[in-house]
Design a protein. Structure first.
Length: 466
């Protein structure tokens, strides 16, 4: 046990006793805060997670038991040791029933207190380890990046359920970091092939001269260094799913080789003469627009149509801001369990800032940020000031505008509508709700103020024309 990472809070209206306990436990190596009333203690609890609270029962204002009830509503894992000069067997039993770990009578025996603190923390460690084990068993895989309530994500979920029951080839398109591999794994795990392998190939990471051997394997003596037969990814995925990531970077020869396998399910190993037949389901993904690559001659048209039997397009995170609170919650739950941290949540203001940011790295960027916060932020609630500089700097530079004396109401309204549509949401229905006006009014006002001529809103204007 690293005592320096153990947070203890001492609460007693007797200032001398409170300071004495604080100093005694600090000498043991613990991180110890002190408060002389319940309200001060609650303010400390808002900012930090405590392993243990040692509190007097009788205090001005809220009692020790009332303090415990309010703290445990925020942090159910926090243990309590109560101190009282009025202790009786009956009150001790009642306190234990209400969730107190143990009970000490005043005047305190500091040696007994130290032993009781250590015993409580050892008990907490065992409980925490058991809880985390259960969490890990429930959450063996990464949290789903498809968490959300947006219609796009719901439609993708329904499509995954439908396509998983077939063997049709799937092409997943979306920007980097949107969760294409998660979609592919979801298809595999919901399919009859779930007990068979899920093999991944990053087509962009394999040199062209090694691609054929990696996909189809090679026989002994096929080339220098081929000292034994080696199966390729197709053979390793037998009966399961082969996920071809970044398929748009597949070189021309690899495209032709892949097309032949898709057509008849057979291939020859490098240096081999016998046909090998495999039963593999293909799921491909790309962050490129393959129809444009086909038009420019960089990708085979016949392979494109063979892959695109079932197309799935994943929207970038900036187009689904309503899903961000749910994603943040899922990531916090996952990473607090993974890194053995106690539960945390993000303040509404911090969540709203995250919703305003465009997330160029998509869900992967959000996920990595949450993991970093779980590791570095020790507070129970992650506030705006805890968020990375890039988020706060973006918010300051894009979500504020200056209203100058002499401006007309129309000019102020124009600025507010522009900021809402470009930095809060470009969904007209949602924007109208934020602004407190009707959807019909929001249809009219951008035209009135010539906002549709501005670059940020051109995509919306084009969408309206189609």
């Amino acid at each position: 046990m690293d005592k320096s990472k153990i947070n203890i809070l001492v609460v007693d209206d007797e200032r001398g006793l409170c300071a004495g306990i604080q100093e005694a436990l600090r000498r043991e190596g613990y991180a110890v805060d002190a408060a002389n009333d319940a309200e001060t203690a609650l303010r400390l609890v808002e900012r930090r997670l405590y392993n243990l609270v040692i509190t007097d029962v009788k205090m001005p204002g809220a009692t020790g038991l009332e303090l415990m009830a309010r703290v445990k509503a925020k942090s159910g894992d926090t243990l309590f040791i109560l101190m009282t000069a009025y202790g009786t067997v009956e009150s001790a039993v009642q306190a234990m029933k209400e969730g107190v770990y143990d009970y000490l009578s005043k005047p305190l025996d500091l040696q007994r207190l130290r032993a009781l603190v250590l015993k409580a923390l050892e008990f907490q460690a065992v409980v925490t380890e058991n809880n985390e084990l259960r969490l890990r068993l429930r959450k063996r895989s990464e949290p789903s990046l498809l968490v959300g309530e947006s219609e796009n994500i719901r439609a993708i979920g329904r499509l995954i359920d439908e396509v998983a029951q077939s063997d049709g080839t799937v092409l997943i398109e979306g920007e980097s970091g949107t969760g294409k591999e998660i979609v592919a794994r979801s298809i595999h795990l919901k399919s009859p092939r779930r007990e068979r392998p899920f093999i991944t190939v990053n087509c962009a990471a394999l040199p062209e001269q090694l691609l054929e051997a990696e996909l189809f394997g090679h026989v002994k003596g096929a080339f220098t260094g081929a000292i034994a037969n080696k199966p390729g990814r197709f053979q390793l995925a037998e009966g399961g799913t082969l996920f071809l990531d970044e398929i748009g970077d597949l070189p021309p020869k690899g495209q032709g080789d892949l097309l032949r396998v898709l057509e008849d399910g057979t291939f020859r190993m490098v240096g081999g003469t016998e046909l090998v037949r495999v039963n593999v389901r293909i799921v491909a993904a790309t962050n490129k627009k393959l129809h444009e690559a086909v038009a420019s001659g960089k990708f085979r048209e016949d392979l494109f149509y063979r892959l695109q039997i079932v197309p799935i397009s994943i929207p970038p995170l900036r187009e689904r801001p309503e899903d961000i609170p749910l994603l943040i919650g899922a990531f916090l739950e996952h990473f607090t369990a993974k890194h053995k941290r106690r539960r945390q949540r993000m303040s509404p203001e911090a969540v709203q800032l995250c919703q305003r940011f465009p997330w160029p790295g998509n869900i992967r960027q959000l996920r990595n940020m949450i993991e970093r916060l779980v590791i570095t932020c020790r507070n129970a609630i992650i506030e705006v000031q805890d968020l990375p500089d890039f988020l706060r700097a973006y918010d300051q530079s894009t979500t504020r505008f200056t209203v100058r004396p002499g401006m007309s109401l129309a000019e102020v309204e124009k600025l507010l509508i522009r900021q809402t549509l470009t930095h809060v949401t470009d969904n007209r229905e949602q924007a109208a709700k934020v602004l407190g006006i009707s959807r019909r009014s929001l249809q009219y006002k951008p035209k009135q103020y010539d906002l549709l001529k501005e670059p940020e809103l051109k995509s919306e204007r084009s969408a309206q024309k189609t």
